[in-house]
Write a protein that binds this ligand. Sequence first.
Ligand code: DON
Length: 574
Amino acid sequence: MKLRRVWVMLCVMLLAAAPALADNPGTSPAKPRALASRPGHAAVASAHRLATEAGLEVMREGGNAFDAAVAVAATLSVVEPQSSGIGGGGFFLLHRASDGKNVMLDARETAFTGASSKLYEGADGQPDRDKSINGPLAAAIPGEPAALVYLARHYGKLPLAKSLAPAIRVAREGFQPDDRFLSELRERATVIARYPGSAALLLPDGKPPQTGWTFRNPDLAATLERIAKDGDAGFYRGEFAKKLVDGVRAAGGKWTLEDLAGYQVKERAPIAFDYQPPGKPAYHVVSASPPASGGIVLAEMLNILSGFDLDKMDRAHRVHTIVEAMRRGYRDRTQYLGDPDFVQMPVAKLTSMAYADKLRASIQPDRATPSDSLPTAHPESMHTTHFSITDADGNMVSATQTVNTAFGSCLVVPGTGFVLNNEMDDFALVPGKPNAYGLIGFDANAPAKGRRPLSSMTPTFVFGPDKDLVIGTPGGSRIITMVLEGVLGFVDGKDAQAITAEPRFHHQYLPDVVSAEPGALDANTIAALRGMGYTVNAGEFRWGFMNAVIWDRKTNTLDAASDLRGDSGLGKVQ
Ligand code: DON
């Protein structure tokens, strides 16, 4: 897999002269007096230079991290429409420095009226992947516009018109898409060509554009302006909502006006727990809660790992131990997790140390546990983007947003300027049958009107004894294990660039395979793992596009880094 050019932006901006020293006012673990309580400057790490600049611009104009998040999210929707956008959704994890509040904004898409597994079956009764990935039936009701409005209203300092201004400007003036954008567009061109609104926007002269093309999107500029002026009503109700519903139905979809009018962002309590490996201080981890699976699976994995001294292990045993934790965490994802408004989940049990103790005891020191030998509780569920922000006051945003696979469903309702997501594929549309990421699921993640599909997105904060981390990444099912490896690297003292650059390995319960990037596992480790009974698939391709910010409260410095890999193309339709 070729490495693609990545817009790496590491920007640390001086917003105030001298950092103040005081106690941490937050609910995070108490910090000693000598540690800084506000950075006095700000950092943004995102997947695109223009988005990072947009975030810094609004903070220079007096905005906080939450205004910056609006600016970054909206600009990404303009410059990286293959990954996320107004037609998609996401999870925004927020830390407010003034009172230490940690909260997750759930802007996940919801299933439309009439959604059911049946819709995605072919004539032969088998799953019809074209329907769940491409076009109108793949698209769930977007959450992103509501998130921007909610963030600005409840947490920002600036009017929405100000924080959306950079995105509107870039959409109207245009920009030159990078190689990542252009190659993903080529890969999705035949599906884009099916829909006149999509072709008009993305296939100038009917063909995928070449390097040097300037992409102007006045329709998206107008859509963002309407949201800036009218808030939710400018998207979810009235004339614009009618245009969207008519467009989706004309293409064969089922959206209703009520589906749009009923959409709501939800504030949810994040998953919070402490991770304390042997001989190390405690780290307080705050991460995404359902309908994102990341926080629970991360808690299970770290709880299991806290009983091992990973530093004392050779590479093969370290990887073996971490993979066994991954396998067990993902097993529970498959069986239990879904939309908390519809499904009862044993969250307290899954995240408890007592449960982790039991899972840990089932790990054999020198032997892989075949996934099909693990007890099941149920009769047998790249193209996304993450950004991390810390502002001068110590407010933090960790946000992962998506349209799911590249360019989502590829459906653009004419005149709107954005692709609709294909998040319906994140439901367990057919019980036990894998989705685009090979993930399976059952009843807990079944599609039904108003439900949110289970996500792997894992925006996370880690509050350490003297450093705080804001971290997350795209990468489909691999997101959670990437964040796990990032947290372990942080605990080992790695800086932001090293954390984001680290070669990765992954296991997701089913398929029962350890996959690894080039350089993640050397030949001896692979041989040792095979000797323990693992199937290892090493060195095939790279994945992820991690963006991390670290605030070192001892030196009061910020460190921000963006993944050198860029996007791996993991979200490709197979
Ligand atoms: O919510 C999820 O888990 C997926 N829709 C995320 C997709 C993704 O990360 C694609 N990136 N490569």
